[in-house]
Design a protein around this ligand. Sequence first.
Ligand code: ADP
Ligand code: MG
Length: 468
Amino acid sequence: MALLHDTATEHVTSDLQAAVGPERWRVWFDGSTDIRVESDRVTVGVANLFISDYLKSHFTKHLAAAVRARVGRDLPITWHVQPDLFQKRRAANLADEAEAMDQLPDSAGQETKPAPSSPPAAPRFTLDNFVVGPCNQMAYAAARSAITAPGKDFHPLFIHGGCGLGKTHLLYAILHALETRSRLRVVCLSAEQFTNRYLAGVRTGRLDAFRHHYRHLDVLAIDDVHFLGGKPATQEEFLHTFDEFEGSGRLIILASDAHPTEIQAVQHRLISRWVSGLVVHLSAPDVQTRRHILHTKAREMGRTLSDDVVHLVADRVQGSVRDLEGALTRILAYAALLKQPVTPMLARQAVEGFIVTRRPRAGVREIETTVADFFGVTIEDIHSSRKARLISLARQVTMVLAREMTDLSLAEIARLLGGKNHTTVLAACRKWRRLLQEGTEIAWTDKSDRRALSAEALLAHLRERIRR
Ligand code: ADP
Ligand code: MG
């Protein structure tokens, strides 16, 4: 039995690894989680509470899908903190980073070289092979502008969007272009590397070298900055790095899976600096862009796919660009194994069981219509800033559901709901998160009837009406 469970654990782990992608795997799982599949449950040991919350909210669905696929049914998943993991990981990271620190130039005045362990600006990621569509055109335009004149029109550039939508691709594309064209001093590293190098600097008494290195670059790109959440010391250090860049015509570029104001446990001073530049959002590609991406990626691999095949795959795989790449690789592997040409039939077989779909997303219009109708108010009321209780209840609920059921950013939702400020939407979402956690009952009076539902039941009811 133990063997069986070991095998299940191995399979589930490798499925999960494939689903989250190498980068996230390295940042969030490798060496810092302990996943075990047992006959009646799945347990996940994690290094600390911060990681546990993050993993729970971001990866439970991937883990559950892997368990379902491998075990054949759903199992309850429990998360617990396993402090020894933290020690292990910290020790390993600090050893790496101390080594990296040793290779930094010694004191101020010496020439700054890119950090030796920062990955080379991979030419695999260029702007030429970045497929542009409505989902990413703002980010693409910002990247172009950053390359033409870094730091001239905006500082910083903040790129946010879900996993596998091209944030890292854009960071490296910008840096690669700058480095080859103008030989600027550029470095890209993950927020985790930044954190570890900072800690290593503190420990080895080489903070000066660390600071000199990062504060005197022409362009500094930091990937996955949501990692800084809950790390006040590194945030403080980063704040100073940031201020050194301010007004110097140099540029910091940041990527994150959430909008600056939505990253948990980050100081206000840092958030206000992050939003002071240009914030651009990457959303999931629409069907046209998915087709375009599939054609382009196949061409890069020296293959040509028929329109039939591309349409079929683009319809079925509605997730991220990384999901599309996964589907394509799978189809080509299938064709090679079976020694058959890529027909729609073969493509269908290959992507079966791999279908990554997003739940059909609702539009703000549908949401506000349903909510207004439910509470007996008008859409104009929701768009207004009237404070009457029923109206502000309807307005808040609309914001919360729009945030949950659409791919729109806070700012976009705010704009569509009568040109509000994104902080209003954020405040509503935070307030409702609390109401949900506390199981608060929401009472209101409509057409002289007094009604009450728990916050959760109210949202569930509205969600269902919207989906209908
Ligand atoms: P993120 O950092 O947002 O999680 P990545 O930048 O790692 O995502 O992108 C995941 C994969 O998808 C990479 O192989 C990347 O090259 C590819 N990709 C993402 N967006 C595009 C795009 N618009 N055009 C071409 N390839 C893309
Ligand atoms: Mg990335």
